[in-house]
Design a protein around this ligand. Structure first.
Ligand code: NAP
Length: 293
């Protein structure tokens, strides 16, 4: 990519550490902010936020950019950096790659007049991220379910990106896969790909009887597993909720019913930080190469 010299990587976890190393190995300069305790590879420079922004062509913020209490998501930082008007002003005239731009705008309205490029809204980011997410979900299932995945009756609710990737992986290791969807076209694909299909709404219908699965993976970001549906599951079922908060499971009800329900969030960064860092980097490179910045 011609004309680019330096990226500032401002905050992040192991994914951004891996991404910084990868960008460096592509021949660009990388200036990192908020990684004092990360043990960064030599060649990656560190600087104050102000200096890093000044010397960089592009700023990369992490996913998510902010913590719930309004600081930069920077677990390797020695100090907390508030994401506020001051933070926004520091990078006012720069091009900023971020995830969930709406969170930044909520933290400071100044961001709404800035050049934000949201990589998390890109299809290739979501599709590629579905791979480590599905692998992480299967890893949890292997830890939490007392049987083997092979031969187990798995329900995947939602047939979007994660639902598709996860169904394929589960089938590959011999699970009996049922996938749920609400659109006829998705039901058609589910059948065509050799899974059993169920309408998501029918899970909620008491007349449907028991919901007989060993492992349930929810990808729908809406309450699907309420107390009524949970009560119709076998007591030894394991539910792994992958959907973003507030998720799709009534965890209080699951606890009362003694059903094992696990909220499994941010899996790409936990199970495959290097792959997750590459996914972010490649998405950003695609955005730059498309030249719409
Ligand atoms: P997606 O492609 O949008 O798929 C979501 C699926 O849920 C679609 O099948 C969609 O159906 C269905 N759905 C949504 N709302 C529904 C409702 N009210 N009733 C019934 N079905 C509904 O999303 P994705 O990329 O697979 O991601 C799924 C979730 O996982 C998101 O919340 C995402 O933020 C989260 N996520 C989690 C991790 C993790 O580590 N746990 C990682 C990445 C993403 P339609 O197509 O009919 O709308």
């Amino acid at each position: 990519m011609s004309g680019i010299d330096t990226f500032a990587i401002v905050g992040g976890d192991k994914r951004q550490v891996a991404m910084a190393e990868s960008i460096l190995s592509d021949g660009y300069n990388v200036c990192a902010v908020g990684f004092e305790n990360a043990g960064l590879k030599s060649g990656i420079t560190t600087a104050s936020l102000k200096d890093a922004v000044k010397m960089s062509d592009y700023i990369i913020l992490p996913v998510p950019a902010t913590t719930s209490d309004g600081y930069l998501n920077a677990p390797h930082s020695r100090t907390q950096i508030a994401v506020d008007d001051e933070f926004a002003k520091t990078m006012f005239d720069k091009k900023i790659f971020c995830a969930r731009a709406e969170d930044l705008i909520a933290a400071s309205p100044i961001f709404s007049n800035m050049q934000l490029y949201d990589y998390s809204k890109r299809e290739e980011f979501a599709v590629n991220n579905a791979i480590p997410t599905a692998e992480g979900a299967i890893q949890i299932a292997m830890q939490e379910y007392s049987g083997t995945i092979n031969g187990s009756r798995c329900l995947v609710t939602g047939f979007g990106r994660i639902g598709k990737v996860l169904s394929k992986m589960l089938k590959g290791i011999g699970a009996k896969v049922t996938a749920s969807a609400r659109k006829p076209k998705d039901i058609a694909w589910i059948n065509l790909l050799g899974y059993s299909a169920v309408l998501t709404a029918s899970l909620a219908s008491a007349s449907a009887g028991s919901v007989d699965f060993d492992i349930i993976f929810n990808t729908i970001p809406s309450l699907i597993f309420d107390a009524d549906v949970l009560a119709r599951l076998p007591k030894n079922a394991v539910i792994i909720d992958l959907a973003s908060l507030p998720g799709g499971v009534d965890f209080d009800a699951a606890r009362k019913l003694k059903i094992k329900a696990i909220q499994a969030l941010a899996l790409p960064g936990k199970v495959a930080p290097r792959a997750a860092g590459e996914i972010i980097k490649n998405t950003i490179y695609n955005m730059i190469e498309e030249g719409q910045l």
